[in-house]
Design a protein around this ligand. Structure first.
Ligand code: FAD
Length: 332
């Protein structure tokens, strides 16, 4: 049986949740077909993370370490992962559909001349090894079932926050193999010199379980403070519509939608956002959507699980107070 290979992304020595989710789904798929699940870890001084991967279900770990792999390099990471795939001939290569994952998956599939299933929200492997993925189209209004045509080294990325990582277990004796890939240091056409985190929003939007997002209805950047207070009370990240970003109220890193980020939190609270199709494209797979809008005909209400027709300047502070009160009660 060909194994399942899972690329587990790390940043600054921390495993990304999206990678652990891909590993969890790899284990689920492998369990059905009795396959091995091999995790691949690429970076500089990341060997200490191997134990975490073993605890989260990897039955073998391939480790590729070099100081030039400290930051993501499309060429070098593709070479490393392609080398791993050529070595173990997996039925499928899985990874999180993060910015890095989507970029790397496309390059890897081209290198391996294999199929690519991007941003899947469900996956299955048919008995003959064919990978079948479900993708959301038109802002989640349609579900497309896509089948790879050649059942070897099929590459798929998994939408973050849709799949669950396995509960970590105490395991021992999981083999860790070092992959020695000849890295042509002169070859990369791009080199990362510096990575600057978005100073303002500490929580990564695509990984946040709760997002409070604001749109043009906020009327100005100063009013995002209201959303930040609610977000703080809920432990949420703050997002924005393109109208708010185009107006310069929030950085582009906060934008949710077709030309922004795709998010799948447990809870998405849209404040003063009309719910244009391009905005929906980035958030329609959120588990619970709460819309606060003073226009009862706003399209966001067609999508919302709960709708509050009202002035956000009144509703948001009330919600914040209520969340704080409930939290305090919980502590008693
Ligand atoms: P509006 O549509 O102006 O809506 C503001 C809402 O606030 C209204 O519904 C109003 O009723 C409500 N409101 C006003 N005052 C209050 C109040 N006091 N209390 C409560 N509610 C209030 N958009 C994105 O968001 N993300 C994208 O990635 C994106 N990509 C795009 C790509 C393309 C190619 C194109 C053409 C467009 C894209 N857009 C995107 C833009 C999109 O079409 C909309 O213009 C945008 O989403 C509107 O943002 P908004 O909902 O904040 O503003």
């Amino acid at each position: 049986m060909n194994p399942i290979l899972v690329f587990c992304e790390q940043r600054d020595g921390h495993l990304k949740k999206a990678g652990l989710e891909a590993l969890g789904e790899g284990c689920r798929l492998a369990g059905k077909g009795g396959r091995e699940v091999i995790a691949v870890l690429i970076g500089s001084s990341v060997d200490s993370l191997a134990a975490d991967l073993a605890a989260h279900g990897a039955s073998r770990i391939l480790l590729m370490e070099d100081e030039v792999l400290d930051h993501y390099s499309p060429e070098l990471y593709t070479s490393g992962l392609a080398e791993a795939a050529t070595r173990v001939r997996p039925v499928a290569v899985l990874m999180g559909a993060t910015a890095m994952g989507k970029d790397l998956a496309a390059k890897l599939a081209a290198r391996l001349e294999s199929a690519l299933l991007q941003d899947c929200v469900a996956l299955e492997i048919e008995p003959n090894g064919t990978l079948v993925g479900t993708r959301l189209l038109y802002g989640g209004k349609l579900r497309a079932i896509v089948r790879a045509t050649h059942p070897i080294s099929q590459v798929a990325t998994l939408r973050p926050n849709v799949f669950s990582p396995l509960e970590p277990r105490a395991v021992s004796g999981v083999p860790v193999e070092r992959l020695s890939v000849r890295l042509d240091r002169t070859r990369p056409m791009t080199r990362v010199r510096e990575v600057r985190g978005a100073a303002e929003d500490k929580r990564e939007l695509t990984e946040a379980p709760i997002i409070v997002a604001g749109g043009r209805g906020l009327r100005g950047p100063e009013h995002f403070k209201l959303l930040e207070e609610l977000a703080k009370a809920l432990g949420a990240a703050v997002g924005a519509s393109r109208a708010a970003v185009d107006a310069g109220w929030k950085p582009h890193a906060s934008q949710v939608g077709l030309t922004g980020k795709t998010v799948s939190p447990q809870l998405y609270i849209a404040c003063g956002i009309s719910g244009a199709i391009q905005h929906q494209a980035g958030m329609s797979s959120a588990r619970v959507i709460v819309a606060i809008n003073n226009n009862p005909n706003a399209p966001i209400f067609n999508l919302a699980t709960y709708g509050i027709v009202g002035d956000l300047f009144e509703v948001v502070p009330l919600l914040t107070e209520e969340v704080k009160r409930l939290k305090q009660e919980d502590r008693k």
